[in-house]
Design a protein around this ligand. Structure first.
Ligand code: PEP
Ligand code: MN
Length: 362
């Protein structure tokens, strides 16, 4: 006769290998009631494979909710017993690894704020030595693939055989569209380097709000990710952490149901992936161009002030001809037509003059 624990371990193993793998649950375990209800409502949808909950929450700023701690672990174990769903929690220290394993957590994950720190990753890895448990590793907060790979290596060297990755986007200063910019090309590159390792996407922490969850999830599936981790809560607006990005279990099921789980041919996936890499490069360059144009206008403003204080006219034809001639010769050398250079510089020039006009008339 198998014990209940053995049966659950087998279920967890099967779940780990299931594709697509869908993980959901609250950002944080808050109360026993909330954990059990979320788990039951998620299980009732039949669309979720594994239950997540943060027990220890690494927060960017002090004073925010830092998790219920060890007392939340029996709630998760209970949720697993009731629903049959395997569980996963975030661990950041050796002690947390020990506590989670004591309460039969099936899969551990290393969070983005931990992956950035080799000391912490090593501490977690040391606690994993001799243990047979699957580990998911989130990308580090900053866009650094070496750090992400380094964390993988540390965990692998501790003897962990089942390692997966979670792409949760990267922090970038001034980024407003997403809470964490997806920078898909980096996840794609990680997949290319580790073709046999599972990689799932976390639209919740990329988006930071509910609106774009569906788009990001669909994109991840189009890019051949192995699954999704999406936060859900019985009463999202009242969640103790990440309230804006969580959805109800029922909404989650609707989203999972609406995703097109395409079975692209290998050629199609390769095409989308190659296209995505190139588009991401274009986005980066466009962002830089806009930044640079902004800086250029700030200098034009300074020139405007100088001209105002020294009574010089805004348009000085000889200077403008000089700028154009420089651009023609530099542009021609790299294959930019005179016609394009003229149009582009005319537009830039107009904007500069408008900026200076504002200054002269202020
Ligand atoms: C989380 O999953 O709740 C979390 C803290 O995520 P991340 O490490 O990606 O910020
Ligand atoms: Mn969260």
């Amino acid at each position: 006769m198998q014990t209940i624990e053995q049966t659950m371990k087998e279920t967890a193993q099967k779940t780990w290998n299931k594709r697509p793998l869908v993980i959901s649950g609250p950002c944080s375990a808050e109360t026993e009631e909330q954990v059990l209800q979320t788990a039951q409502r998620l299980a009732a949808t039949g669309k979720v494979d594994m239950l997540r909950a943060g027990i220890w929450k690494p927060r960017t700023k002090p004073g925010m909710f830092e998790g219920v701690g060890v007392k939340g672990l029996p709630w998760l174990l209970q949720a697993k017993k009731i629903t049959g769903l395997p569980t996963t929690v975030e661990v950041a220290t050796g002690k947390q690894v020990e506590d989670a394993l004591n309460f039969d957590v099936d899969v551990l994950w290393i969070g983005a704020r931990t992956t950035v720190n080799p000391f912490s990753v090593q501490e977690v890895a040391d606690a994993l030595r001799g243990v047979d448990v699957p580990v998911l590793i989130k990308n580090p907060i900053n866009p650094d693939l070496e750090l992400w790979s380094g964390a993988m290596e540390r965990v692998a060297r501790a003897g962990i055989k089942q390692i997966g990755l979670i792409h949760r986007g990267f922090s970038s200063y001034g980024n407003t569209e997403f809470r964490n910019a997806p920078m898909w090309h980096l996840a794609i590159e990680m997949k290319r380097r580790n073709p046999d390792i599972m990689i799932i996407n976390d639209p919740s922490h990329i988006c930071g709000s509910r609106e774009k969850l569906m788009d990001v999830a669909q994109k991840a599936i189009d890019l051949d990710f192995d699954g999704l981790m999406i936060e859900s809560h019985i009463d999202p607006d009242k969640a103790w952490s990440d309230a804006k990005q969580q959805v109800t279990p029922e909404r989650l099921a609707e989203m999972i149901g609406a995703i097109k789980w395409r079975h692209e041919s290998a050629e199609e996936i390769e095409f989308i992936t190659a296209l995505e890499k190139l588009r991401e490069q274009i986005n980066h360059l466009d962002d830089e161009l806009i930044q640079l144009l902004g800086q250029r206008m700030k200098i034009a403003d300074k020139i405007g002030e100088y001209k105002k204080n020294n009574n010089v006219t805004i348009l000085q034809t000889s200077r403008w001809n000089q700028i154009l001639e420089r651009a023609f010769s530099k542009g021609e050398a790299i294959g930019l037509s005179r016609e394009f250079i003229t149009k582009y510089f005319d537009a830039v020039h107009m904007e500069s003059i408008n900026h200076q006009n504002k200054i002269m008339n202020s």
